[in-house]
Design a protein around this ligand. Structure first.
Ligand SMILES: [Zn+2]
Length: 447
């Protein structure tokens, strides 16, 4: 059976991920993502109304025109998890394929919301819910399996396409977490089994976000304990404390809510995406929050919540807000500019349970947001966080578990790949033979 891999997006950047695998006549597409930084750099771009081709020209979504060079039929579109760099282009591209979107429950719910928000295209692909551990047939001879992995968003999976030539394992995005706070640990047992099945693993496509970092990415339990330490140290502070994190990071939001209550403060989730992700997680039963937890997304209800906090005393609340990257329109940045009813006083605390995503737009925004908050007297607790991506020892363990014949580094640019290329080279892979360094828009023929 002929096997080809089209590296469509996310092979020159972290963002707009998209990869297609052709096995005989069947094609499976993994991820259709958005590169948000290409959108944010322009003022007032509303992607909801934009045409795919304009977004492709901006470098915001994958250029999927290369799909016409693959000689087969798309049988499934499979987003691995709910981050926008993996699902954000579905509403712009999926309608061009007569194939269902297959995803885990939380991811599928977020895909539905993306499709509902779309203002230009009418995406009517079937939506199929599939849990980790389940499989589905792809054509006559191939089978798709979801393996449970752990990442900075719940319900992440790594899809595996079992073909007569061996398994194709799509490894985006994950860290190896055995105590993930919410959900099951990463299923390393299954990866080891797949590596030792009849035909083994033909190809492994790997998340290289942190490939240049030595050592191991700590568990979410470590971020949780860092956060507990910071919050406890502030137990006696009788002014304002504000926290921010990735709104899609449900495990982290859950920890913030819990620790707020432990130090006698009422948590309140504020900001459009805070309300969206936590509300969705609760609706699909993936997370449970206290019954009286306030979640407010709309500008007016957020302002009312802030007014109530100011009236009843800042010392009784922990607002958990959007804006960890200093996004100009997010809640924390608006607070820094003094545009909300919440008034920061000298010595008030701002906890960033996040790290700046190293990219010039974010770095500039975040610098500005911190300066604005600092000018109001806020004290900054930065980097109370662990990453959701494997570092080098995780990559080593994955190679050891899967023993793939071919590897393809992904989810980075050339510089970002270099640590992984070194590692794979040390493990006996050879560039051009079975270690495929590639860019966007290429087709690699494996069989
Ligand atoms: Zn991700």
């Amino acid at each position: 059976m002929e096997i080809e891999i089209a590296t469509i997006g996310g092979y020159e950047e972290v963002g707009r991920q998209m990869t297609a695998v052709r096995a005989g006549d069947d094609i499976v597409v993994f991820d259709m993502g958005l590169n948000l930084s290409k959108v944010l750099i322009h003022d007032n771009v509303e992607t909801e109304r934009m045409h795919s081709l304009d977004l492709i020209d901006m470098g915001a979504i994958p250029d999927d025109r290369i799909m016409s060079d693959l000689d087969g039929e798309v049988k499934a579109i499979v987003p691995t998890h709910g981050h926008l760099d993996h699902i954000g282009a579905i509403s712009k591209l999926a309608h061009r394929y007569d194939a269902p979107i297959v995803a885990s429950p939380f991811t599928l719910e977020l895909v539905k919301e993306e499709i509902n928000d779309e203002g230009k295209f009418n995406v009517q692909n079937d939506l199929i819910k599939m849990e980790a551990g389940e499989t589905m047939s792809i054509g006559e001879r191939n089978e798709l399996e979801f393996v449970n992995v752990t990442h900075s968003i719940i319900d992440a999976i790594n899809p595996v396409l079992h073909t007569p030539e061996g398994a194709i394992v799509y490894g985006l995005d994950k860290r190896m977490d055995h105590t993930p706070v919410i959900g099951d640990p990463i299923d390393m047992k299954r990866f080891r089994e797949i590596g030792r099945e009849d035909n083994g693993v033909l190809c492994y496509i790997e998340d290289c976000t942190n490939a240049n970092k030595k050592g191991r990415t700590p568990s979410e339990a470590v971020a949780r304990s860092q956060l507990r330490d910071v919050m406890r140290s502030l137990e006696d502070y009788d002014g304002g404390i504000v926290a921010t994190t990735f709104s899609s990071h449900i495990a982290r939001v859950t920890s913030l809510v819990e620790f707020a209550e432990n130090i006698g403060r009422q948590p309140v989730l504020l900001g459009r995406s805070m309300e969206k992700y936590s509300g969705t997680a609760e609706r699909v039963g993936a997370a449970s929050f206290p019954d009286d937890l306030g979640m407010y997304g709309h500008r007016k209800s957020v302002d009312r919540a802030f007014e109530r906090i100011m009236k009843e005393g800042k010392e009784n609340f922990l607002p958990v807000v959007t804006g960890h990257q200093g996004e100009p329109r997010a809640m924390l940045t608006r607070m820094g500019r003094g545009e909300t009813p919440y008034e920061l006083d000298d010595g008030d605390k701002v906890i960033f349970s996040a790290r700046v995503i190293p990219e010039p737009t974010n770095e500039g925004n975040r610098y500005q947001a911190e300066k604005l908050l600092g000018m109001q007297g806020a004290r900054i607790y930065d980097d109370v966080h662990v990453s959701g991506h494997l570092r080098q020892e995780g990559h080593y363990q994955m190679l050891d578990a899967l023993q793939p014949q071919h590897v393809i580094p992904a989810h980075q640019n050339m510089k970002g790949f270099s640590g992984y290329v070194d590692l794979a080279d040390n493990e006996g892979y050879e560039v051009g033979r079975d270690l495929h360094i590639t860019t966007n828009g290429n087709i690699i023929r494996l069989v």
